[in-house]
Design a protein around this ligand. Structure first.
Ligand code: FE2
Length: 358
């Protein structure tokens, strides 16, 4: 047998009996499993999927009449990938959910070992508080809740307030290191002025006594007003990447690394009529449409899947899945993936090119 040829072995009664005997000792033959454990390329269970916001919103609002935010702890509809039923995961490594807070409600304070992010979709007048710092939330804002930080949410405005939650929960769950704790009161005491972290770390300065842990970004909020201005300015002068358009990463300004150690987060702009090249990477990614309409296409020919996207729609792009964008209008996309984890482990790969030619 030459190297590279698929290995087959002849089952014999002796070998079968041997397999049965070793199973009693909690042993298994690697020669039977090697092919499924070490595949030439990634094989993941998650599938491309898009959730239209209009339909989601209607179902989410219905839950407000059935359960309060306090009763629910968090009134969240989990976006569960159809290829990962029962796992509460949108990709192999990320949890995503749509959270609703109604006027006057408080989602009680708690903390957990998985880190979280909020990406705001709809409403005015709500806040999230992280370790006693109140952070106002506006559509398009990206807010970080680092691992094991107390957090609660409240809403002083009118109308429903909705955001996308993304957590590294499946990654942390795989390590076993899940911890969760409820704060004894509904709210953690307000111990720092509103937006304290932004003025300490978000204006290109850092307090001289600051020492970074490297695991928790001290900057908690990335307001869309600034993000959008950055994109608008850059699009005048920057080359457009054939796969990503104009793409920027949110970072911890004290380390230059990802804003969350286990989750990379990005904002990208696709110009009007932009058609991207095919692209795939090993980080399964959650996208949220901020502005614009267009199409995302997976694969090609008879195997292709195509989704139309509009503002606030959310879609999952699995690991190593070729995809391409076609923007009808100028499009802004927020995205989150486990690229940060994979990069730290030396695992991350990408491929650009013509899918049909590969
Ligand atoms: Fe939480």
């Amino acid at each position: 047998m030459r190297r590279g040829e698929k290995k087959t072995f002849q089952s014999t009664p002796e070998l079968d009996r041997y397999h049965e005997r070793i199973a009693a000792y909690h042993l298994a033959p690697l020669w039977q499993r090697l092919g499924s454990l070490l595949t030439p390329e990634p094989r993941v269970a998650s599938k491309p999927q898009l959730w239209h916001y209009d339909g989601l919103r209607e179902l989410l609002l219905e839950s407000a009449g059935l359960i309060s935010a306090e009763e629910a702890e968090r009134r969240v509809l989990i976006l569960e990938n159809p290829g990962l039923p029962g796992t509460s995961a949108i990709t192999e490594t990320l949890f995503a959910g749509l959270q609703l807070v109604m006027p006057g409600e408080i989602a009680p304070s708690h903390r957990h070992s998985p880190a979280a992010l909020r990406f705001i979709l709809e409403g005015e007048g709500a806040y999230t508080a992280v370790n006693g710092e109140k952070l106002p939330m506006h559509p398009g804002d990206f807010i970080v809740t680092p691992s094991w930080c107390w957090h609660d949410h409240g809403h002083h405005g009118s109308g429903p307030f909705v955001w996308l939650d993304v957590l590294d929960l499946p990654q942390v769950r795989n390590t076993g290191a899940i911890f969760f704790e409820e704060y004894p009161d509904l709210r953690y005491p307000e111990s720092r002025p509103p937006e304290d972290s932004f003025y300490r770390y978000g204006v290109n300065m850092v307090p001289v006594e600051h020492r970074t842990s490297g695991t928790k970004s001290p900057l908690l909020s990335y307001p869309y007003e600034r993000t959008r201005k950055a994109l608008e300015n850059l699009k005048q002068h920057s080359p457009i990447d054939p796969c990503h358009g104009l793409r920027m990463e949110f970072i911890d300004p004290t380390t230059g690394r990802a804003a969350i150690p286990t989750i990379s987060t990005f904002i990208q702009l696709l110009p009007t009529s932009f058609e991207s090249d095919d692209y795939r990477s090993t980080d399964g990614t959650v996208f949220c449409v901020v502005e614009g309409t267009g199409t995302i296409k997976f694969g090609s020919g008879s195997n292709h899947i195509e989704f139309r996207y509009a503002p606030r729609d959310i879609f999952a792009v699995p690991c190593w899945q070729f995809h391409r964008f076609a923007a009808d209008e100028e499009t802004v996309l927020f995205s989150a993936s486990d690229q940060a984890t994979q990069t730290q482990l030396g695992l991350w790969r990408e491929q650009r090119g013509d899918y049909a030619a590969i």
